[in-house]
Design a protein around this ligand. Structure first.
Ligand code: FAD
Length: 298
């Protein structure tokens, strides 16, 4: 069975930064695995600018940010295993990996989990009606449009005005689609002010506060949603062929369920807590990597 001193699961901003920092702290046996065939995690699909202001002093796109991180990785002797999904981790410090070569086990001394976060789906809300085609999470829609060039629909409603909702609203508009409304349950948009100005105001996309989707209509494709005003309970049918949910992220920790407190385990990036900025996820990754790397060379 293969062995490594440090196994890092997830090669997003946090995982790459952790790997580089552990190497710089003196650890010379670092293995970084990701189920995707490339490094960068969520970043390659984030083709907008807004990354790297504090880490690199300039505003980069997600892919350009990954390039900078990947340069750091290439300068060190970290072994990167793309296309390897970690299926399980045991208390005996063994990870089960699956990829093109089949299933293999790797023994490790320390593990850094940098598996990012997953999106809340429409199923996590109490919305009545059907579950037809044409409903996407923001991350799904972003990946399909930016990486695979799919055309998802033409009349779009977006639920949630956090950064992902606002960035997706602009993306659909740039694709020539009509964003009928961004719906927000609070009295204020949820994301960063810069994203509100650049994505919503600049493209005059309608945003409605204090409202939510109460019912989904249509089958097999969505034909509209019932929007309810939360202050007076009034509802209205809004026809659309696409609903995008941008209703939050949940740290992805399935692999370590039941043994979160093991001394050989550390968490970094969005699986530790959800970060708005890649720089913050990367900074935490570097901090954790440095700490673990130092412990391993003692
Ligand atoms: C739509 C959107 C817009 C954003 N806009 C900005 C912005 O403008 N500016 C900014 O600074 N930040 C932005 N962010 C935030 C930033 O992208 C994230 O905070 C940061 O990239 C998270 O990094 P991470 O490494 O923690 O997670 P991720 O990038 O999600 O990486 C996790 C990695 O773990 C891998 N993984 C998960 N489970 C397994 C497993 N079992 N086996 C193997 N691999 C696994 C995944 O494949 C993934 O590659 C945005 C995020 C999103 C989603």
């Amino acid at each position: 069975m293969e062995r490594t001193e440090l196994l890092i699961v997830g090669a997003g901003a946090a995982g790459i930064s952790a790997a580089c920092a552990a190497w710089d702290a003196g650890c010379r046996d670092v293995l970084l695995a990701d189920r995707l065939p490339y490094a960068g995690g969520i970043l390659p699909q984030c083709i907008h600018e807004g990354f790297g202001l504090s880490a690199f002093g300039s505003e980069l796109t997600g892919p350009a940010y990954v390039e900078r991180l990947a340069e750091g990785l290439a300068q060190r002797g970290v072994r990167f295993l793309p296309g390897k999904e970690v299926l399980a981790v045991t208390k005996e410090k063994t990870a089960v990996l699956s990829g093109k070569g089949g299933v293999e086990e790797i023994r490790f001394e320390r593990l850094i989990l940098a598996t990012g976060s997953r999106e809340r789906t429409v199923g996590s809300l109490s919305i009545a009606g059907t579950r037809p085609a044409g409903i996407f999470t923001a991350g799904q829609a972003q990946e399909m449009i930016n990486l695979h060039h799919w055309r998802l629909g033409s009349q779009v409603v977006i639920l949630g005005s956090g950064d992902m909702g606002m960035i997706l609203a602009r993306r659909f508009t740039l694709e020539g689609k009509q964003v009928l409304a961004v719906l927000e349950q609070d009295a204020h948009y949820g994301g960063l002010a810069r994203n509100f100005h650049r994505c919503i105001e600049a493209y005059q996309i309608p945003i409605r506060y204090r409202c939510t989707v109460r019912e989904i209509h249509g089958m097999p494709r969505i034909t509209g949603v019932t929007v309810e005003a939360l202050d007076n309970g009034k509802s209205e049918f809004l026809p659309c062929d696409t609903l995008v949910t941008a209703i939050g992220l949940v740290p992805e920790r399935e692999l370590i369920r039941g043994f979160e407190k093991e001394p050989w385990l550390s968490l970094a990036g969005n699986c530790s807590r959800v970060y708005e900025l890649a720089d913050s996820a990367a900074a935490e990754g570097a901090k954790v990597g440095r700490y673990v790397g130092k412990q391993l060379v003692k």
